[in-house]
Design a protein around this ligand. Structure first.
Ligand SMILES: [Zn+2]
Length: 81
């Protein structure tokens, strides 16, 4: 298994491709692909993040388990309806 490029709160991330992207305000930036295993189901998923982001703020879950505004935290009791 490859060594992860980043570890965020015990979740491992591997960096992949990068590609140019234009933000909504017209600013050209570079996006980098990151891969990780979903915190929910363990499935490999990927997402893109700007390379120049000050804070590494990665997705924790795959598309299927992603819940906008609901982060994986140690106190994840907010999942209840
Ligand atoms: Zn999942």
């Amino acid at each position: 298994m490859l060594k992860p490029d980043r570890t965020f709160r015990d979740q491992q991330y591997w960096s992949g491709d990068s590609k140019p992207h234009t933000r909504r305000d017209g600013t050209p930036i570079t996006l980098r692909e990151w891969k990780s295993h979903c915190a929910e189901c363990g499935r490999l998923f990927s997402f893109w993040r700007p390379t120049k982001r000050a804070k590494f703020d990665p997705n924790r879950r795959c598309e299927e388990h992603r819940r906008p505004g609901c982060r994986v935290t140690s106190r994840s009791a907010k999942d209840a309806a």
